[in-house]
Design a protein around this ligand. Structure first.
Ligand SMILES: Cc1cc2nc3c(=O)[nH]c(=O)nc-3n(C[C@H](O)[C@H](O)[C@H](O)COP(=O)(O)OP(=O)(O)OC[C@H]3O[C@@H](n4cnc5c(N)ncnc54)[C@H](O)[C@@H]3O)c2cc1C
Length: 305
């Protein structure tokens, strides 16, 4: 969910001089390590092992989105195959999260669908699943089309839905019968009022309504993805009458003590672990959600951290 200040942050961080400030300086890279496991799969493996040892499940996200040629989309596909091999070799309790624009959606939708299909097939061999992240609203319809086609065929694919989108309630009528897994989150992009609630209270109320609908759908493996105490408390209350599997998902580097506390209480917790060299857009979304994160960067830049 992006506030007016967050929108300003996204507009500024989109400029190339600001991008260089973050990607080419020590304070910028230091800030990225708070939210990103590292640039390589080995870094991600080390963090995933540590999280598994602490009782958390993991979702590995090889960072990248909006590729501009077929070669980049193919490399992203190969990177995800490598991640699935790693899950297999290390016996990790992990799945993968992918962005369809990273696999070519918007450039060659058939290619993106074929790649998701092959990743789901390999994930099934490894005994795990694939979750499709939800991106900007311009891609929602195409993302749902690809998701539906592959989930009908493979059965081990899930999708993220965003409570800030006005359409999500209706999209669930299409998603729930597919028997997949569903991740409910608020939504991380700057969207216009025509498609998305702008007011925090409306986004939160929508989150609680969708959580109720999903908690009542026992065929769905449900993930509540939030760090918001009120949303979590509401979901936990709803979960008392649910029998089917559900879990709570949080981002690597955000509210780690709460993650540990929920594991200690016996809840299923999955941590979303991003890694890779294309971390800048991911980092800007984390700053836009919480502009206070910039203080960490500014303190480091001023030599006080
Ligand atoms: C596992 C997971 C997967 C996600 N997948 C997607 C996706 O596919 N598509 C999509 O659009 N969005 C995705 N998101 C992001 C999500 O939509 C929100 O933007 C993000 O989770 C912040 O919302 P919140 O529910 O935590 O509530 P908020 O009200 O934003 O935050 C609640 C509290 O959490 C803490 N917090 C939240 N964000 C940060 C941060 N960046 N840094 C430090 N503290 C923070 C703060 O204490 C804050 O007060 C995902 C989030 C998670 C946890």
């Amino acid at each position: 969910m992006v506030s007016a200040l967050g929108r300003a942050v996204l507009a500024i961080t989109d400029r190339s001089a600001v991008r260089s400030l973050f990607t080419k300086t020590a304070p910028g890279r230091a800030l990225s390590t708070r939210f990103v496991a590292g640039e390589t799969l080995d870094h991600a493996a080390a963090i995933a092992t540590e999280l598994n040892d602490g009782g958390a499940r993991v979702s590995l996200d090889h960072l990248g989105e909006h590729v501009s040629d077929v070669g980049q989309a193919k490399r992203a596909f190969d990177d995800y195959l490598e991640a699935l091999d790693l899950i297999d070799q290390h016996g990790l309790d992990a799945n993968i999260s992918i962005k369809l624009t990273q696999l070519g959606l918007g450039m060659d939708d058939d290619m993106a669908q074929m790649s998701l299909d092959q990743l789901a097939l390999r994930a099934a061999e490894v005994g795990t699943s694939v979750t499709v992240d939800m991106e900007e609203s311009a891609h929602t319809e195409a993302t749902l089309d690809v998701y539906e086609a592959v989930q009908r065929k493979r059965g081990n694919v899930g999708i993220a839905v965003q409570s800030y989108l006005r359409r999500t309630r209706d999209d669930l009528d299409r998603i729930i019968p597919l028997d997949g897994h569903v991740r409910l989150c608020k939504g991380a992009y700057a969207e216009p009022e025509s498609v998305a609630y702008q007011d925090d209270d409306e986004v939160d109320a929508s989150f609680d309504r969708l959580a109720a609908m999903l908690m009542g759908s026992e065929n769905v493996r449900l993930a509540i993805a939030s760090h918001d105490d009120a949303r979590l408390a509401n979901a936990r209350r709803l979960a008392t009458s649910r029998k089917a599997y559900h879990e709570y998902q949080m981002l690597y580097g955000v509210r780690a003590p709460l993650q540990r506390q929920m594991i200690a209480e016996g809840l299923n917790v999955r941590v979303y672990v991003p890694y890779g060299s294309a971390w800048y857009p991911y980092l800007t979304r984390r700053i836009a959600e919480r502009p206070a994160n910039l203080w960490f960067f500014l303190r480091a830049a001023a030599g006080r951290s």
